[in-house]
Design a protein around this ligand. Structure first.
Ligand code: PLP
Length: 395
């Protein structure tokens, strides 16, 4: 009999981490690989934030803290929600975890009973379904294709809700498509949710600050009737280039917040004290670099989208946020090219021209692939030339 638990057998390791690791190994073996798989900004953490962490170490801020976040960080989060989202929370409605990932995982562990359904619009962030499975719930995938800009529509939402639906996950701007929901789109989805009173909403706003073309970010808790059923998750990883510091947080109903803290108290305890001090500075300090970095990402997005649309057989929507694009490679799959699936497409792309991307099926939508353009323009230029030559060799 296997030592491994049955619940673990239901899940797979993160495919995006696997691609990043494979690219790393090939590079270490001397191959000239360009990795477009990783979901993290290539920028460094700003100096004021680093300094806050160094100061925290120097003054001995190196001990256990309150399990679900220091009072100073919780207050900084309360202020952030008020300042940026016009949302009022008290510190008892805030929890802090070791990355947004832990906050989401704890949420499902704390709230799902066997058979509870979680609605996940696809394309989705790879970890959502597996986290739901680990917690004993049932991921219910709602496919959203290019025609709706990869976004959930009220009609599809209504159709997917059953008596067992406990959560809907909304992720805007999205990983992997970069699609952001407008205020109108969120309000239209809200009309369905207001009618279906049992459904809670997990709003994953981790890419809030990476938006383009004057996109007006709006989060669903701002619809007042839904605030008491919404858990708004965010973090410092992407906005402040702090992926390695591992700080994420959420705001929502105090019973859910308390339950999340209970899980954390018996698993990891508090997130790193030093990282929390750094996150206080991230949220309270200057926000000037956010725009500068978004402008740099925008230049890359424009270049990547244009380059991809110039490749015969590839088509790519222009997203308004995050640092991903999700092009279609459907026209390059089939008898003529002898490539059957998006997984084979990305495998061959890596093997033939040394460019690492992630297959769309990992995100719940086949015949596509995800490119993370959070890398230098120089690398992106070479990568786009390689992708072009690979695709042209198939035509
Ligand atoms: N949500 C989405 C959509 C993400 O893409 C990620 C990271 O890739 C996370 C949450 C979690 O981020 P972290 O755990 O680094 O805060």
């Amino acid at each position: 009999m296997s030592i491994i638990s049955n619940s673990l057998k239901k899940i797979k390791p993160s495919p995006t981490i696997a691609v990043t690791q494979k690219a790393r190994e090939l590079k270490a073996a001397g191959k000239d690989v360009i990795g477009l798989g990783a979901g993290e900004p290539d920028f460094d953490t700003p100096n004021n934030i680093k300094k806050a962490a160094i100061d925290a170490i120097n003054i001995g801020d190196t001990k256990y803290t309150a399990v679900d976040g220091t009072p100073a960080l919780k207050q900084a989060i309360v202020n952030k929600f008020k300042r940026e989202n016009n949302l009022e929370y008290s510190t008892s409605e805030i929890t802090v975890g070791t990355g947004g990932k832990q906050v989401i995982y704890n949420t499902f562990m704390a709230t799902l009973n066997k058979g509870d359904e979680v609605l996940i619009p696809a394309p989705f962030w790879v970890s959502y379904p597996d986290m739901v499975l680990l917690a004993g719930g049932k991921p219910k995938i709602i496919k959203c294709d290019e025609k709706s800009g990869f976004k959930l529509t009220p009609k599809k939402l209504q159709k997917a809700i059953t008596k067992k639906t406990k959560w809907l996950i909304l992720n805007s701007p999205s990983n992997p498509t970069g699609a952001g929901y407008t205020k109108d789109e969120i309000e239209n989805l809200s009309k369905v949710l207001i009618k279906n009173k049992r459904v809670h909403i997990l709003s994953d706003d981790i890419y809030e600050h990476i938006t383009y073309d004057n996109f007006n970010f709006f989060t669903i808790a701002q619809v007042s009737k839904l605030k008491n059923r919404t858990l708004t998750m965010n973090g410092v990883s992407k906005s402040y280039a702090m992926t390695g510091w591992r700080i994420g947080y959420a705001a929502g109903p105090s019973d859910i917040i308390k339950a999340i803290g209970k899980i954390q108290s018996q698993s990891t305890s508090n997130p790193s004290s030093v990282s929390q001090a750094a996150a206080v500075e991230a949220l309270n300090g200057t926000q000037d670099f956010i725009q500068v970095r978004s402008d740099a990402f925008k230049e890359r997005r424009d270049f990547v989208v244009k380059s991809l649309n110039n490749i015969k057989g590839i088509s790519c929507l222009k997203p308004n946020g995050a640092f991903y694009v999700f092009p279609s490679c459907k026209k390059l799959l089939g008898k003529k090219t002898k490539i059957k699936t998006d997984s084979e497409f990305v495998e061959k792309l890596l093997k033939k021209v040394n460019v690492a991307v992630v297959q769309g099926s990992a995100f719940g939508l086949e015949s596509h692939f995800r490119i993370s353009y959070a890398t230098s323009m120089e690398k992106l230029k070479i990568a786009m030339e390689r992708i072009k030559s690979f695709c042209e060799s198939l035509n």
